[in-house]
Write a new protein. Structure first.
Length: 293
């Protein structure tokens, strides 16, 4: 599907249109670490970024390859710059890191992690399934996460201890499912070596589940899990900005989530409701650890 008008046909009616500069309501303490305050900033920033991106839908974006199968566009860079600038406008003493090179140290203990377009290939091909992702963490604990779907206009978000939401709707993850009835979503990396391992995992999962499917990027898939559209999510060879925002939203929706870091192989995410998590982990983990150098 390579039709720019696709965006306008599929954009959600009434999706928020704002200026590129984010608008915050209420006071902001630039040193505080309140999850509600952080997620309010993140939501405003992501809505502004989605608005900026949607205005580009009429033109085909130019891209260059970072590596085989991994692309970056001018829009990736512009969105990352916009998000970083708006976060630092609200919280000038925080650290910020982004996929496309943003790296700024802070003094508050809060670090913001940006994935400006998670699913650049879908964006380039004018297909649904890409998102804009942002998370704020203190140490290893994610305090706030926001994932915006520019095609539908939906904003998924979570705040630590408060839960996960799609816009204003509380999310509770999927209903309990037996592994043999489960639909598991996954994804494939750009590296041929990583894809070989992922294909082995998919083959093994297919023996024990109803379906293994790929709908979109990592953040998109984990938000679908939080919303109950799929029963579980497994993917290997992710970057931190791919994994963290969506994983936090799935976890706050009631899913059990494990993020396993492997040197030189990125991050593996296993996410599912508690009843499905253990059998899923028992299938996936031996394959992942066996492939480790």
């Amino acid at each position: 599907m390579n039709d720019p008008s696709f965006w306008h046909r599929n954009a959600r009616s009434g999706a928020p249109e704002v200026q590129d500069q984010a608008h915050f309501t209420g006071s902001v303490d630039p040193m505080a670490a309140d999850p509600q305050g952080l997620v309010a900033i993140g939501r405003a920033v992501i809505v502004a970024a989605m608005s900026h991106l949607r205005r580009s839908f009429e033109s085909r974006p130019a891209a260059r390859a970072k590596s085989r199968g991994d692309y970056v566009t001018a829009m990736d860079l512009a969105i990352e710059d916009l998000i970083a600038a708006e976060v630092l406008r609200a919280r000038p003493y925080d650290a910020v890191v982004g996929e496309e090179g943003t790296s700024r140290e802070g003094i508050t203990g809060i670090e913001w992690i940006i994935d400006p377009i998670d699913g650049t290939l879908q964006f380039l091909r004018a297909e649904a399934g890409f998102v804009i992702s942002l998370a704020a963490r203190r140490g290893q604990q994610v305090l706030a996460a926001v994932v915006g779907d520019p095609v539908s206009g939906a904003v998924f978000w979570s705040a630590h201890g408060i839960g996960s939401y799609r816009d204003g709707l509380r999310l509770h993850g999927p209903a309990p499912a037996d592994p043999s009835d489960a639909i598991v979503s996954t994804g494939f990396a750009s590296s041929p070596l990583a894809r070989k391992q992922q294909a082995e995992i998919v083959g093994r999962l297919s023996e024990f589940t109803r379906h293994v499917r790929v709908f979109g990027s990592a953040g998109y898939e984990m938000c679908r899990l939080a919303a109950g559209s799929v029963d579980a999510y497994v993917e290997t060879s992710l970057a931190l900005w791919d994994a963290l925002p969506g994983a936090a939203i799935a976890a706050q929706a009631g899913c059990q989530v494990e993020i396993l870091e492997q040197p030189d192989r990125g991050y593996t995410v296993i996410a599912a409701p508690p009843d499905l998590y253990r059998p899923l982990r028992s299938i996936v983990l031996p394959l992942v650890t066996a492939a480790a150098p």
